[in-house]
Design a protein around this ligand. Structure first.
Ligand SMILES: NC(=O)C1=CN([C@@H]2O[C@H](COP(=O)(O)OP(=O)(O)OC[C@H]3O[C@@H](n4cnc5c(N)ncnc54)[C@H](OP(=O)(O)O)[C@@H]3O)[C@@H](O)[C@H]2O)C=CC1
Ligand SMILES: Nc1nc2c(c(=O)[nH]1)N=C([C@H](O)[C@@H](O)CO)CN2
Length: 237
């Protein structure tokens, strides 16, 4: 029996792409979701990564993705909910639409995918099956400029506890809560210096520390219902 694939949502770039490539290198079949088609996807497809388009901004979009995922595989070894929109709060008439969009991508999509794909995880022939929610350190303190983002990531963190209790012992459910891991394309040195200063470790580590954390959760049969901070000691500053 061939190994069951690992699904990473939002795996076309940055942290999700890094983890998808590392999982393939470690011998796992991988499925990613992507929202926007782009040339970079060709390299992932050449490595055998199955790419499924998905826009989680609506319930219909989430359910459509689930339907196509179920046509793509009969089982899953793990689901990594990585897809995310780091949208700042809107001060204008877009505020409600922004909050709703972040609720859908950070909370409703993981919720519905977990509920509808539990059978795919339980069809996995391997003894360990995992769900990993990627949240954010900012859940602990809130955010003056990303309140909707922080609140919906907090909802995802709560879903970690509920699904861990609901799915034990057949599926382990945990979260990874990063702080600054990678800078954005437009971030200058002044921002980088300010961002580095926010943590005790004073660094921008890159996506490898997220893969190390994911690997720990995928390889440990006795961990469920936790949130693993990967934040350079933000709480110490
Ligand atoms: N980067 C960092 O330093 C930090 C990251 N995190 C968390 O780690 C995870 C990975 O971060 P990072 O790699 O920077 O993430 P990105 O900002 O690169 O987003 C990942 C992917 O999410 C997809 N996405 C966004 N909105 C939607 C949507 N409505 N439906 C479907 N897919 C969507 C995007 O798809 P597409 O590009 O195809 O449009 C994107 O490729 C995220 O959950 C993030 O919140 C937490 C703290 C720090
Ligand atoms: N979906 C995303 N979420 C977050 C990002 C990002 O680029 N995409 N970036 C951050 C910042 O690095 C922040 O941690 C800096 O303090 C947070 N979330």
């Amino acid at each position: 029996m061939s190994a069951s694939p690992i699904l990473i949502t939002g795996g076309a770039q940055r942290l999700g792409r890094h983890c998808a490539e590392r999982l393939v290198e470690d011998g796992h079949p991988v499925i990613i979701s992507y929202r926007r088609e782009r040339p970079e996807l060709a390299a992932l497809r050449e490595r055998g990564i199955v790419t499924l388009q998905a826009d989680f901004a609506t319930e219909a979009g989430i359910l459509d993705f689930i339907s196509r995922l179920k046509s793509a595989t009969p089982s899953l070894r793990a689901i990594v909910h990585n897809a995310s929109d780091w949208a700042p709060d809107s001060a204008d008439e877009q505020a409600g639409a922004t909050f709703e969009r972040l609720f859908r991508v950070h909370m409703q999509a993981p919720y519905l995918i977990n509920l509808h794909c539990r059978d795919l995880l339980e069809a996995c022939g391997e003894p360990q099956r995992d769900i990993v929610h990627v949240t954010d350190y900012v859940v602990q303190k809130g955010s003056r400029k990303h309140a909707a983002y922080a609140a919906t990531k907090a909802g995802l963190e709560s879903l970690t506890l509920s699904f861990a209790a609901m799915l034990a012992p057949t599926v382990q459910v945990n979260a990874i809560a990063p702080a600054l891991i990678m800078l954005g394309e437009g971030d200058g040195e002044a921002y980088a210096e300010q961002a580095r200063a926010k943590s005790a470790m004073g660094m921008v580590p890159g996506p490898g520390v997220i893969y190390q954390s994911l690997r720990y959760l995928l390889d440990n049969r006795y961990v469920t219902g936790i949130t693993l901070p990967v934040d350079g000691g933000r709480h110490l500053r």
